[in-house]
Design a protein around this ligand. Sequence first.
Ligand code: PLP
Length: 410
Amino acid sequence: MDQNGFFGNWGGAYIPEILHQTFVELKEEYTRCRKDPAFWQEYLTLMSTYSCRPTPLTYAENLTHHFGGAKIYIKREDLNHTGAHKANNVMGQGLLVKRMGKKRVIAETGAGQHGMATATMAAKFGLDCTIYMGEEDVLRQRPNVFWMEKMGATVVTVKDGSRTLKDAINEAFRDWVTNVDNTHYVFGTACGPAPFPEMVAWFQSIIGIEAAKQIIQYHGKMPARVYACVGGGSNAMGIFKRFLDESDVELIGVEAGGHGADSHAHAIRLSSPDATPGVAQGYKTMFLQDEDGQMKHTHSVAAGLDYVGVSPILSDLWDKKLVRFESATDTEVMQALDLTMKQEGIIPALESSHAFAGAFKEVGKLAKDDAIIINQSGRGDKDIFTIAHAFDDPSWKKFIIDRGKEYSNS
Ligand SMILES: *Cc1c(COP(=O)(O)O)cnc(C)c1O
């Protein structure tokens, strides 16, 4: 990152004047923390006692035999507290908030996972917490809303625009501008104005640091390829960062192909020609937008991947051809999920299943003495409604209908 927050052509900090001082303070505190080994140690201790770090690297023996190519290893971010890599980011920012002495946090959430993670952090650190969520998403993700409220967070339903993630982000910024003195905005991914992209990627870099050690221990050398799904880009940057200097390791980001690259119903920013450079939500990156800069409607079976922008760090790595970007369609993702459950007894989140689908297309062609790592960003339990619906499971349907009847009769 240069001093203006840019990664090559991408990033920056396009913020209203009123937030200027807060960004100066945030950048100073973050810079101090990065230079202070005691801060990272405190972070590691917190993550090993409150979450599940270090997370295991699992050798997927059955999948490896199934494809007959390189050995498949899975980095198990699903075993974190609240079931995804998001804990790494929110707990790190929580420690930062404590240092800054702020008493209130706000966050945006799409699928609800980042809201959940932020609500746990706020409860643990005794902070006031308000979560902004689009009305569409509140309706689709009731279980997450339920838990956030139970942990003491206020969930605000956003009724503007398309009533999804980008509208929730806009609303959270509005709150921040009003309450900047006592409030920190816990941004959920490696996007937004500097220093958020770099800061979030730093907290997430623990994934790759652990994975590199583990693969050397189990496999004796670096992997040939590392795969991660790309929504905003935080889990991808988290596992990629450590491997960027390893010239023999190829890094592959898998985006949400939705109904297909030609369908316009997808969230492919970097591996399709549909996205164009733009500035929105405080930073410059590749956005899915029309000629007037209006954000397009995106689609993915995975709620956590259907964001219109992408990390400016990834746009830069894409520019420099240091990361290869591919996409997987909803159908390919469901097949990859199905196979992983049957072969390994592991249930990846629909988001993570994109990384599996991307890897499965290629792994059979790689040499048997090579290895690949798939970053399993989260667990799929949260997706039971979507997965059961997609598999068209008749007894699940009956269960839902019966529960509905029970409620309407009571
Ligand atoms: C939120 C989420 C993602 C997408 O976010 P990134 O910032 O791209 O990592 C991916 N996987 C899971 C399980 C998530 O919850």
